[in-house]
Ligand binder design. Structure first.
Ligand SMILES: Nc1ncnc2c1ncn2[C@@H]1O[C@H](COP(=O)(O)OP(=O)(O)O)[C@@H](O)[C@H]1O
Ligand SMILES: [Mg+2]
Length: 373
């Protein structure tokens, strides 16, 4: 039986998962167009899950229309997609960064060929063996060779936890990608996805002009009511225990679709309250789960509280926002607002004002500052 997951990325083998098929289609379209996409969003908003699912779609591959028309049967896979995670590079030197980056790229390419039951072509295997990456120049040349060897397949690079890039490597790395991008097609990487919590502007410690002004911004919204329904229905289909429709609406409303909070609600309701599987999950159960979430220390809420306590300015601003609706304009150039938005505490309301992310956060923030007052 699958479960609702709240620790790290979720996958459809082990967990109930929102497919986000429209968002994936949107991303794949950008890959097709050869965009260099960035997604910066707070922790636990589903970034890794999303890109793993997108990568899977690209890995499985499709036969292109042109292949069908011109009968180029060997163009089975349009893309050679790989995913890296920069979190592990945080404390490395520039030379170590490129050396490990290279080894990770090799491993990912080899794994991909294996997954596709394909044999690594001799020339590619030779290139991987002969290359030594020491700096961004070597990387640029390596990508150039790779492009010629992979053609007509296109290399797609997804970098998760981009914030982990060693600060001393950041500028040259981005300048190189920018150089490759503006050199035109065919290019390698054909498409890059950069995922992180802090935006490139926030990582740019010297506050110089961003070397990455080519980026195409991608947004991953919180779950809609339909997506919460999609998630919970998977459980009901498997276990035959329904949720009363009002429960689904209430979960969506209280979490504002925040992915991990939605799953946490579902976890409490399906695993922790010991509701007999023969009974429907009702509003009485929902109220019990809600009371628990308001008081418990799960990772998401602990992070929230740690973050808002970091700086007295946060308290002042949050108090103002909570005192009166629509009292603070969402000005992203204000450092305090910017930081709280990066942590996922506040967001911009439809009319351009600061708003606490969801009612659960609102309650917890209020309680935190009341007790310290
Ligand atoms: N597509 C999804 N379907 C169901 N739950 C999800 C989905 N994406 C994210 N979640 C929930 O959010 C949590 C964090 O997901 P993750 O992908 O690790 O986020 P991030 O990379 O932004 O930190 C998961 O443990 C799960 O509870
Ligand atoms: Mg992640």
């Amino acid at each position: 039986m699958r479960r609702f997951g709240t620790q790290g990325p979720v996958n459809p083998q082990e967990h109930y998962v929102v497919s986000r098929s429209e968002e994936i289609a949107d991303y794949i379209k950008r890959v097709e167009e050869g965009k260099y996409v960035v997604l910066f969003a707070p922790r636990q908003t589903g970034k890794t899950t999303f890109f793993q699912a997108a990568l899977e779609t690209l890995t499985v591959g499709t036969v292109t229309n042109t292949a069908a028309i011109y009968g180029e049967a060997d163009t089975k896979f349009n893309y050679l997609p790989i995913q890296l995670n920069f979190d592990v590079y945080k404390n490395t030197s520039v030379a170590e960064f490129y050396d490990n980056l290279y080894q990770d790229i090799c491993e990912e390419i080899e794994n991909l060929f294996q997954r596709r039951d394909d044999i690594l072509p001799e020339a590619l295997s030779q290139l991987l063996e002969d290359t030594k990456l020491t700096d961004h120049h070597a990387m640029r040349r390596f990508f150039g060779h790779l492009e010629r060897l992979l053609s007509p397949q296109q290399f797609v690079l997804i970098i998760d936890e981009f914030d982990g890039i060693p600060p001393s490597a950041l500028s040259d790395f981005l300048h190189t990608l920018r150089h490759i991008y503006i050199s035109g097609k065919p290019r390698c990487p054909h498409s890059v996805g950069i995922i992180g919590v802090k935006s490139i502007a926030q990582l740019n410690y010297d506050r110089s002009i961003s070397p990455f002004n080519i980026q195409d911004e991608f947004h991953l919204p919180n779950f809609t009511l339909e997506q919460v329904q999609e998630l919970l229905t998977q459980y009901t289909d498997e276990v035959e225990q329904p949720f009363v429709p009002e429960v689904i609406v209430s979960i969506h409303k209280q979490t504002a679709g925040q992915p991990v909070l939605v799953n946490r609600f579902a976890q409490i309701l399906t695993e922790e309250l010991d509701i007999p599987k023969t009974e429907s999950i009702t509003m009485t159960h929902f109220s019990m789960a809600y009371a628990q979430i308001l008081e418990e220390d799960n990772v998401n809420l602990t992070h929230l509280l740690t973050n808002i306590r970091k700086d007295r300015r946060f308290e002042n601003l949050l108090m103002r926002i909570m005192e009166r609706e629509d009292s603070v304009v969402f000005n992203i150039y204000n450092d305090t607002i910017n930081e709280l938005a990066t942590y996922g505490v506040i967001k911009e309301s439809p009319n351009g004002m600061c708003e606490i992310l969801n009612p659960i956060y609102l309650y917890r923030i209020m309680k935190t500052f009341k007790s310290t007052a």
